[in-house]
Design a protein around this ligand. Structure first.
Ligand SMILES: Nc1ncnc2c1ncn2[C@@H]1O[C@H](COP(=O)(O)OP(=O)(O)O)[C@@H](O)[C@H]1O
Ligand SMILES: [Mg+2]
Length: 263
């Protein structure tokens, strides 16, 4: 089985391999906690996530291959459709309902890649983005890449999802697709499909800014610590993009809130 593998490229290159119906990924200190959570949500009936099968002798995790197609940047045009935004929000909501149940299983001393964020409401995926779902018939169905799993507020995950799925990036960023009004209209679709509360709608831009600032701090600390994947992200200018997007979101905070409030 070991000879017949295919290298899978996502955020990192050349580290993830597929052997038939299994995927082998580098394991980390938090991986066994991630496995417990995945087993829990699978038991609860959510089958479109990787099923854990333990570890190899080389400190790699063994997971099931989730059905569907995973995409990376540049994303195909289907990701721009309203239907995709709505279904991604519905998928996140479904996932959070199970993530909420897991909170009472935690003992508080678990190790995660990202720090716990208060108030803890759900298990945040931490990177719920187009590149970490699988599509079947152009619809998001599976969720993969749970390294960033950690306890936190539901809005913490929603904020990052909105940033990636709309995507809510500055119109000066060459990768943007829509103008501000169209971006806000799509955020509104997302928040409606997620069934967000009025409070979550009011807090969204502020939490998006906090989430992006946390990402910048994390990436910088990791790069300074010698993590090559993050050092490469820094070299590629990702932090400058995040900073520009933080300014863009802050500048448009009122407009966003007014555009996504119900009624
Ligand atoms: N369990 C899985 N099921 C299906 N595909 C997977 C799975 N894990 C990884 N992949 C594939 O490998 C790629 C990279 O994996 P991912 O877990 O997202 O790692 P990275 O941290 O590099 O983004 C994904 O884009 C996807 O194509
Ligand atoms: Mg990924």
């Amino acid at each position: 089985m070991r000879e017949n593998f295919e290298t899978l490229n996502g955020g990192r290159k050349g580290k993830i391999k597929r052997y038939g119906d299994k995927v082998i990924r580098p394991a980390n200190e938090w991986s066994s906690n991630v496995h417990k959570f995945l087993d829990f949500i699978i038991k609860e009936g959510f089958n479109f996530v990787p099923k854990p099968y333990g570890f190899t002798e080389n400190n790699e995790e063994i997971l099931s291959f989730v059905i569907g197609t995973a995409y990376n940047y540049p994303l195909p045009e289907i990701f721009r459709k309203d239907d995709m935004i709505i279904r991604s929000a519905e998928l996140l909501k479904k996932y959070h309902k199970l993530g909420k149940k897991y909170i009472k299983v935690l003992n508080g001393s678990e190790k995660w890649m990202l720090p716990k964020v208060d108030p803890v409401e759900v298990m945040c995926h931490g990177d719920f983005a187009p590149y970490n779902v699988t599509l079947i018939d152009e619809k998001p169905v599976g969720i993969i890449d749970f390294d960033t799993l950690h306890p936190g507020p539901a809005l913490w995950d929603v904020a990052y999802a909105v940033y990636r799925w709309i995507p809510f990036t500055s119109t000066e960023n060459p990768d943007h697709y829509d103008d501000i009004d169209e971006q806000i209209r799509k955020v509104s679709l997302f928040m409606d499909a997620y069934n967000a509360t009025l409070q979550q709608r009011e807090d969204l831009p502020k939490i998006m800014v906090q989430r992006l600032n946390a990402l910048i701090s994390y990436m910088t600390a990791q790069a300074n610590d010698g993590n090559e994947d993050f050092a490469k992200n820094l070299e590629d200018g990702h932090i400058l993009t995040y900073k520009n997007d933080i300014n863009y979101i802050s500048k448009n905070e009122r407009k966003i809130i007014n555009g996504i409030k119900k009624g």
